[in-house]
Design a protein around this ligand. Sequence first.
Ligand SMILES: *[C@@H]1O[C@H](CO)[C@@H](O)[C@H](O)[C@H]1NC(C)=O
Ligand SMILES: *[C@@H]1O[C@H](CO)[C@@H](O)[C@H](O)[C@H]1NC(C)=O
Ligand SMILES: *[C@@H]1O[C@H](CO)[C@@H](O)[C@H](O)[C@H]1NC(C)=O
Ligand SMILES: *[C@@H]1O[C@H](CO)[C@@H](O)[C@H](O)[C@H]1NC(C)=O
Ligand SMILES: *[C@@H]1O[C@H](CO)[C@@H](O)[C@H](O)[C@H]1NC(C)=O
Ligand SMILES: *[C@@H]1O[C@H](CO)[C@@H](O)[C@H](O)[C@H]1NC(C)=O
Ligand SMILES: *[C@@H]1O[C@H](CO)[C@@H](O)[C@H](O)[C@H]1NC(C)=O
Ligand SMILES: *[C@@H]1O[C@H](CO)[C@@H](O)[C@H](O)[C@H]1NC(C)=O
Ligand SMILES: *[C@@H]1O[C@H](CO)[C@@H](O)[C@H](O)[C@H]1NC(C)=O
Ligand SMILES: *[C@@H]1O[C@H](CO)[C@@H](O)[C@H](O)[C@H]1NC(C)=O
Ligand SMILES: *[C@@H]1O[C@H](CO)[C@@H](O)[C@H](O)[C@H]1NC(C)=O
Ligand SMILES: *[C@@H]1O[C@H](CO)[C@@H](O)[C@H](O)[C@H]1NC(C)=O
Length: 795
Amino acid sequence: MAGATRTRTYTAALLYALALQLLACASSTAASASPTAAEARALLRWKSTLPPPKPDSTGAGPLSSWSPTTAACSSWAGVTCGADGRVAGIALPGAGLAGTLAALDLAAFPALTGLNLSGNRLEGAIPAGISRLTSLVSLDLSDNALTGGIPPALATLPALRVLVLRNNSLGSAIPASLGRLRTLERLDLQAARLVSTLPPEMGGMAGLKFLDLSANNLSGGLPPSFAGMSKMKELYLSRNKLSGTIPPEIFKNWPELTLLYLHYNSLAGTIPPEIGEAKKLRRLSLLSNNLTGVIPADISGLVSLQMLHLGQNCLTGPIPTSLGNLTQLVILVLSFNNLTGTVPAEIGSLTALQDLDLNNNQLGGELPATLSMLKDLSGLSLASNNFVGTVPNFCSQKLVSIELYGNNFSGGFPLTFCQMTSLEMLDLHSNQLSGQLPSCIWDLQDLMFMDLSSNALSGDIHVLASANSTLSLESLHLANNRFTGGFPSIIQYLKMLSVLDLGGNNFSGAIPSWISSRLPLIRFLRLRSNMFNGSIPLQLLQLSHLQLLDLANNNFDGNIPCGLTNLTAMIRPQTEFNMRSTVHHQIFHLEAAFYYANRVDVNWKMKTYEFQGAIALMTGIDLSGNSIDGEIPTELTNLQGLRFLNLSRNHLSGTIPENIGDLKLLESLDLSWNELSGHIPSSISELISLSSLNLSNNMLSGEIPTGNQLQTLADPSIYSNNFGLRGFPLSKSCTRDSSIQMDQSKESEGVYVYYSIIAGVVFGLWLWFGSLIFSAPWRLSFFYYVDFIHRKLVR
Ligand SMILES: *[C@@H]1O[C@H](CO)[C@@H](O)[C@H](O)[C@H]1NC(C)=O
Ligand SMILES: *[C@@H]1O[C@H](CO)[C@@H](O)[C@H](O)[C@H]1NC(C)=O
Ligand SMILES: *[C@@H]1O[C@H](CO)[C@@H](O)[C@H](O)[C@H]1NC(C)=O
Ligand SMILES: *[C@@H]1O[C@H](CO)[C@@H](O)[C@H](O)[C@H]1NC(C)=O
Ligand SMILES: *[C@@H]1O[C@H](CO)[C@@H](O)[C@H](O)[C@H]1NC(C)=O
Ligand SMILES: *[C@@H]1O[C@H](CO)[C@@H](O)[C@H](O)[C@H]1NC(C)=O
Ligand SMILES: *[C@@H]1O[C@H](CO)[C@@H](O)[C@H](O)[C@H]1NC(C)=O
Ligand SMILES: *[C@@H]1O[C@H](CO)[C@@H](O)[C@H](O)[C@H]1NC(C)=O
Ligand SMILES: *[C@@H]1O[C@H](CO)[C@@H](O)[C@H](O)[C@H]1NC(C)=O
Ligand SMILES: *[C@@H]1O[C@H](CO)[C@@H](O)[C@H](O)[C@H]1NC(C)=O
Ligand SMILES: *[C@@H]1O[C@H](CO)[C@@H](O)[C@H](O)[C@H]1NC(C)=O
Ligand SMILES: *[C@@H]1O[C@H](CO)[C@@H](O)[C@H](O)[C@H]1NC(C)=O
């Protein structure tokens, strides 16, 4: 029995061993015949290192289908396999993944051809082990937060055709070894914080068709060896710091070139004549470089060209007549150069043109009549040149934006403008236009911005009874003309109006009482230097958006009305650049932004300043040079957003409000030439931003307060001609009866927001401008910002 038992025991042991062996055998078969398990393990291990995902709408995380109990090839999100059962693709774009790639065992995926993890929140470095993905054809890690540079090991991937790493924080240099990627067709490293020069070795990427290195910090020249990329179709190098010249070789050696964007760099030298050899080139942008010399006549060789943008360079000489050969042109921008001569009549051959921008050059003479052949034009800017003669007939019904300002156009207001029913922006300021303003202009339903200031227009602006009540005008500038008559009654139909400048005309009569009910959105009201009379209507105080009220140099009389605290926009400082300044339109599949500038002249600190964008932040009241009497209402001191206050040259009596020091933002205060009496309130020393003060020519007496900013206002004349003021700065020198300097020089604030157009690029000038403003502390004076902006943006 014992033997039998032992035998059985033995048998059992044998069976057990056999079973074990079978099991081991089975699992080893699985390991060699079904690599998916190893791949699945590698994926699961990586998943386990990622931070817990945000659940999606179904409550599950993006990788919830990745489970040891299901088959990776058939049921895991984003995983695809080849016929051999190996993982061939991993595509998890925008899946909400966070974490790093460090724990992903890349060696486990020798058959992977496509990896797409774009649009996640991945951090850390791209592992050097990426070189183990020997079958990889396409790698897309764009729109993540990856750091640590581009691993040179990428260059060893023998089959790579697409490499997309754009919009990461990679940093470091472009590895020269990338030049070994001979099969690469698409390389996209846009906005990857790359800092380096362009390695000449990159010219070795002989298969490259698409190269995007824009928006990095690349410097140095564009190596002539790039000519070796002979398949090149689209090259984007814009928004870097590239210098040197444009190598002519590329135009000879890139027969397939269709797009070349080099804008916002520091490229110098001339435009090589060889450029004419790029017969397939459709879009060319050299905007904002340092290019000199003439536009080569050979440019007419670019027979496929649809967009030519050469703005903001230092180009000289004439516009070549051969440009008329580019009959496919849709966009032609030559603005901000030093071009001379006239506009060639050949420009009329460019019948596909939708946007013509020649602004800010030295072009002159009369415009060719052939311009009337451009029937598809929707943007036209010929501003800031020396054009003379009458404005030609523009016959395009599609015009959205017309800028002819800053020339010497003469003659009457062009009646053809009345037919442009799509017109949204019309800027004719600073010309010599004369005669009456045709009333048909008020039929343009879509017109939002109209600036006719500084011309010689005259006559009454009278409305037709049939005036259309759905006008869109937000900004109306009629300043510095010779208009007469009463406050234009058409204005009551402009419900959207936020800027109204009628200054420097000969308008007369009273401000109509409908102003508050008809213009509820008005922010900037400038009526200065006219013949308006009557009292300041109470209704004016109901304008809760009003932040600039300039009634200076008119014949207003009566008191400053009560209820100033209803001007709520003046109670707190304006802190937002919340003024519309663009009209957006699609031109030729591109987003075109037509910028307009709400320029408003502001008189403060004894000068006239032209504010553009920053006007949105300006708050002030100027009632100077009228016949206003009575006292200064104490409630004025509640308007604590005020940056300037000018009540000079009126008949104001009584005392200066005790709480004047509450106007903490005040930078300019002028109460001179009134009949104010009593002492100067000591709170005035609390006006810590004050840089311009004038209390002269009143009947003030007593001690001049001291302290803070007042100590810097050392010119005794600001207190002169009063009834016995004492103290600094008068005690230091005798009270002179010096006349106050009346410097009327005009300084431009210089925020040149010109119209600009470019493919697919949003020019965040305005946004940038905004962030610039708000990244700086507010305690500095407003004027500081103006200067700051000036330095930053003026080219
Ligand atoms: C990656 O996926 C995104 C989203 O589907 C897609 O837009 C992108 O083209 C893909 N990348 C590549 C290289 O195919
Ligand atoms: C860059 O990537 C981040 C993160 O995915 C995304 O939010 C952002 O929109 C991307 N920026 C651009 C310009 O594509
Ligand atoms: C670009 O590089 C320069 C010099 O290396 C550096 O001073 C600058 O901050 C960089 N700019 C950006 C946007 O990375
Ligand atoms: C253009 O060149 C001038 C002088 O050579 C230089 O001062 C200026 O900074 C350059 N501008 C740009 C945008 O590179
Ligand atoms: C244009 O030319 C004038 C004089 O010829 C020169 O003063 C000016 O600086 C030039 N402007 C540019 C942008 O090159
Ligand atoms: C280009 O235009 C010029 C005159 O403007 C003309 O003589 C020439 O033949 C044109 N060339 C082509 C290729 O059309
Ligand atoms: C433009 O007109 C003004 C005033 O008539 C004149 O001073 C100036 O010389 C003119 N400019 C040109 C280029 O004709
Ligand atoms: C305004 O003009 C439009 C289009 O011309 C017209 O349809 C509408 O009736 C007009 N409205 C008034 C109040 O005249
Ligand atoms: C302005 O109009 C008044 C009449 O309303 C007239 O007496 C005066 O001469 C005009 N001034 C100018 C500068 O045209
Ligand atoms: C305003 O001036 C007009 C003449 O332009 C005159 O008829 C009217 O009486 C004046 N109104 C007041 C209140 O002075
Ligand atoms: C100021 O606003 C209040 C409340 O909206 C209103 O009752 C009052 O009449 C306004 N005052 C003036 C002078 O408009
Ligand atoms: C105030 O207005 C008067 C008259 O309009 C002007 O002469 C003076 O320069 C202004 N004061 C300031 C500080 O701008």
